[in-house]
Design a protein around this ligand. Structure first.
Ligand code: NAD
Length: 545
């Protein structure tokens, strides 16, 4: 088992203020060349088999998960083990054993692990980008944003963990020494989605372990190779065995069983509303032998809207809507899937939007084309169903069909339906693909009413030049992440703590100052001064002694 002490501490790194990782500039020939080399290198490693890792022990199962490239589904990216019910108890035990030491490790040691991981993720940045391209179909900039956000989460939570470790009570009661200690919860399940398979997976895992918990990590079956690469870096960084246990498996069997286990104290989940609600319910049911209330951190879907007001800068609004709706093919929880456009500019806006969207090149993300495939056959079929629904509910402006390629990738043309009514399925249900509904609003009141008229409340944006309307949006647009005169995707760690209202989740605000609290329990300790412990000089002064 690697020891944490074998690595040099990294206090210096956390004494510097947090800064977001800069984006790579792929206009730079050197970066382009590095990315191409990384893609070639990754291509030579496709189809390898990866282990299940529980308590440091490598396990192979008979049943496998085969991960394929959505741009060419006959290409196997990785072969993974399939954790099943027989692995649940072993994984819980490994996490429990590891917790006995990890939960007692100093915050600084845990932070040091994250900082060493930052160095490794940076060192392997292009390689990780390449895996993101081949496993989930991200173009280069989207892949780089995912890796950058991963580095940001690690760096940010490292600093936050030290801040929590220094916490005190707001008041010192006379005659006492008062402390507030943030303790870990224990064993947790981390269940990430496939769409930010590195950043969200790493962010939830890092938050859990830097606060002293141990984890059963169940990656999405659509992105297990990226999780395996991340896990390998965690091991290289010196993570003790069992602190994170890598268990790719199906949600409905392995995932459910881990959620329900009486020793699982928390579940950090990001994914769809349907699955989030199931986890919420299952985790709430007390199991025989369970001695605590399980904590659930649930970040779910969205039906995010951009309001384009009558006095908006139309060029900026068109660009913002296109980037938010079609970046990574609309497969972001924050993606704009509704543009709510004032009637006075509706026609001209639709014309410009359609023109701009029709010009988006569709094709292989490995060649860095902007619009790549959707993630899977299942997703492809689902989006095609919504294209049918859209043709019944709205007016097709652009797209509306699959795009065939010789490799059989899951491509769908960026699609816009106009004249969609607020209560229609296209305007209410999360599609999670490159499909935008345009809705007509009759003034700003109407726009806000439509914007707030779904069960979700994740992100939203308003394009307007009116300070009064922007102020109204600040209070009346009911979303967890509001953007004014900019796109509604691309949240930055630290600047835009992320999490949604209503059926979008528990508003956990990942990448913000409150996030780590969700993985801890605070213990208040009052020590009567003078019995065993002597008052310090400062305490004597305060108590007037
Ligand atoms: P999903 O809900 O299908 O799966 C998410 C994870 O849950 C996967 O690891 C999956 O294997 C697991 N799972 C499935 N059924 C389970 C069960 N019964 N018990 C336990 N685990 C189970 O979502 P997805 O398709 O991977 O991701 C897309 C969804 O995630 C979209 O709805 C998107 O909006 C949402 N999302 C939300 C955020 C956010 O921050 N709010 C961020 C990214 C994605």
């Amino acid at each position: 088992m690697p020891t944490l002490q074998s690595h040099a501490p990294a206090q210096a790194a956390t004494s510097e203020p947090f800064q977001n990782e800069p984006f790579l500039d792929f206009a730079d020939a050197a970066n382009r060349s590095e990315m191409e080399t990384a893609l070639q290198e990754v291509a030579s490693r496709l189809g390898q088999e990866y282990d299940l890792v529980i308590g440091g022990r490598r396990i192979r199962t008979e049943d496998k998960i085969i991960s394929v490239n959505p741009a060419r589904p006959s290409q196997v990216v990785g072969v993974h083990q399939r954790a099943n019910l027989e692995h649940v108890e072993t994984a819980i035990q490994a996490a429990e054993t590891a917790f006995q030491r990890w939960g007692q490790t100093s915050a600084q040691s845990r932070v040091d692990l994250l900082l060493r991981l930052v160095d490794l993720v940076r060192k392997h940045k292009f390689e990780l980008c390449a895996w993101l391209t081949v496993e989930v179909g991200k173009n280069w900039a989207e892949a780089d944003a995912d890796v950058g956000e991963t580095i940001d989460f690690l760096n940010f939570y490292a600093r936050e963990a030290l801040r929590l470790d220094r916490a005190t009570t707001p008041i010192q009661f006379p005659g006492e020494r008062n402390q507030l200690r943030y303790l870990p919860l224990g064993i947790g399940a981390v269940i990430p989605p496939w769409n930010f398979p590195l950043a969200i997976m790493a962010g939830m895992t890092a938050a859990a372990i830097v606060t002293g918990n141990t984890v059963i990590l169940k990656p999405s079956i659509d992105a297990p190779t990226i999780a395996a690469r991340f896990f390998a870096l965690l091991e290289e960084a010196g993570m003790p065995d069992g602190v994170v246990n890598l268990c790719p498996g199906e949600g409905p069997d392995f995932g459910n069983a881990v959620v329900e286990h009486p020793k699982t104290r928390f579940v950090a989940f990001t994914g769809s509303k349907a699955v989030g609600l199931q986890i919420h319910e299952r985790a709430a049911r007390t199991q025989p032998g369970q001695i605590f209330l399980k904590r659930t951190i649930l970040e779910m879907g969205g039906k995010d809207a951009i309001v384009v007001d009558s006095d908006a800068d139309l060029d900026a609004a068109v660009e913002g809507v296109v980037a938010s709706a079609f970046g990574f093919n609309g497969q972001k929880c924050s993606a704009c899937s509704r543009a709510i456009v004032d009637a006075s500019i509706y026609d001209i806006f639709c014309d410009r939007l359609a023109q701009r969207t029709a010009a988006i090149p569709v094709g292989d993300p490995a060649k860095n084309l902007p619009a790549g495939p959707v993630i899977s056959q299942r997703s492809f079929d689902k989006v095609l169903d919504y294209l049918q629904i859209g043709k019944e509910e709205g007016k097709l402006l652009v797209g509306g069909k699959a795009v065939e390629t010789p490799e059989g990738g899951y491509y769908i043309a960026p699609t816009i339906f106009a004249d969609v009514l607020p209560e229609s399925r296209l305007a209410q249900e999360e599609i999670f693909g490159p499909v935008l509904a345009v809705l007509r609003s009759d003034g700003f009141d109407d726009a806000l009413r439509i914007a707030n008229g779904t069960e979700y409340g994740l992100t939203g944006a308003v394009y307007s030049r009116s300070p009064e309307k922007l102020e109204r949006a600040r209070t009346e647009f009911h979303v967890g992440n509001l953007y004014l005169n900019r796109k509604c995707t691309g949240a930055m760690v630290g600047a835009h703590p992320f999490g949604g209202f209503n059926m979008s989740g528990t508003d956990s605000k990942a990448g913000g100052p409150d996030y780590l609290l969700l993985f801890t329990q605070a213990k208040s300790i009052a020590d009567k001064v003078g019995v065993v412990s002597r008052a310090t000089e400062e305490e004597e002064q305060r108590m007037g002694l």
